[in-house]
Ligand binder design. Sequence first.
Ligand code: ATP
Ligand code: MG
Length: 392
Amino acid sequence: MNDIILLKLGELVLKGLNRHNFEEQLMANAKRRLHTCGDFKVTTKQSITYVEPKSGDCDMDAAFEAMKKVFGAAGVCRCRACEKDKEAMLSAVKEFLGPQLMAAKTFKVECKRSDKTFPLNSIQLAQYLGGELDDAYPHLTADMHHPDLTVYVEVRDAAAFVHGDTEPGAGGLPVGMGGRAVSLLSGGIDSPVASWMMAKRGLCLEMVHFFSYPYTSPEAKQKVLDLAKILTPWTGRLVVHVVPFTAIQEELRRSCPEELFTVLMRRFMMRIAAEVAKRTGSGALVTGESLGQVASQTMEAMRCTGAVTDLPIFRPVVGMDKEEIVRISRKIGAFETSILPYEDCCTVFTPKHPRLKPTLAECLRSEEKLDVEGLVQAAVEGIERVHISAER
Ligand code: ATP
Ligand code: MG
């Protein structure tokens, strides 16, 4: 029999009647991620999703890596399926975990029998396998409390499965379960992390990037597309809505008080993102704002920027230190790209003394001079949609 991959479902096993939908979504997401690794069968039974290769040319290493990035799975392990027969299980253990058995000094066997028709109970099976392994590997001693290696044998309906330790999965909820949201993606460190965190909570994301050509370069835009690509193993394929933002910034510079430039610009970003949300059936916005990090991220500024839309705004990194954000950025492989030194549209026009506590009244007063609606419409009409596939 072949090696297979098991996904142990996490939080979603708690979801009662909704559980079926969660499992379906997780399986659909897993199948899409497996696309480039070969032909696989994906099924779920007893809170475990089984990923089985249908042919010998499947890339199991790549599939295993891909499955570790599927939100909704708490643990992932590669295991060997075998006949539900104790001798077959013993040889599967020796074959599949041979190198680990040789390397360990202490071990234990843990069995689980969900197929109650199997003649030995879990304890009897563990005693049999433990005894046989003890004889076959004289250097090993049994240790029930802190073994170097735990050999797991699970007797399930379809077959018996042998594996070593389960690796942590991506956790969270399957992408798509929580609906769709628009995420504002800059080229910085914070917004890719914020996007990843909300995808982890089951959101399917539409990315929006504000591009200020010629003040920002094509390389700066490419960097953002690269960041989106880095997210796709978790988020699935993405569309980046690239919004031409130069006209709005020039208009603001021409006709608004310099110290309000940042907050007014961010109000435009939110309006445009809300319009993209409307057009894509999204129900929320996501940003990488962190309280107090820069002038536009005070609570007064957030109130002004949030006031242009009634959509909920998710700011998952709002209470995090830069160090904590960087840790996640490194973990998801975005950091090295995020720190490439290309300018962002925010940095190009940053005022010397931005207002730390802007009020809504002064924002509204400054905007009276502007054709807000017209500027937003023109920007939305100029959007370029870039499709980022999840292919390796
Ligand atoms: P980041 O590291 O995500 O760039 P930051 O610390 O540089 O964040 P700001 O530049 O104030 O903070 O931006 C705050 C948030 O606004 C970003 O996290 C992002 O969600 C959004 N944002 C900023 N600039 C852009 C842009 N050019 N395109 C899309 N979203 C943007
Ligand atoms: Mg930024």
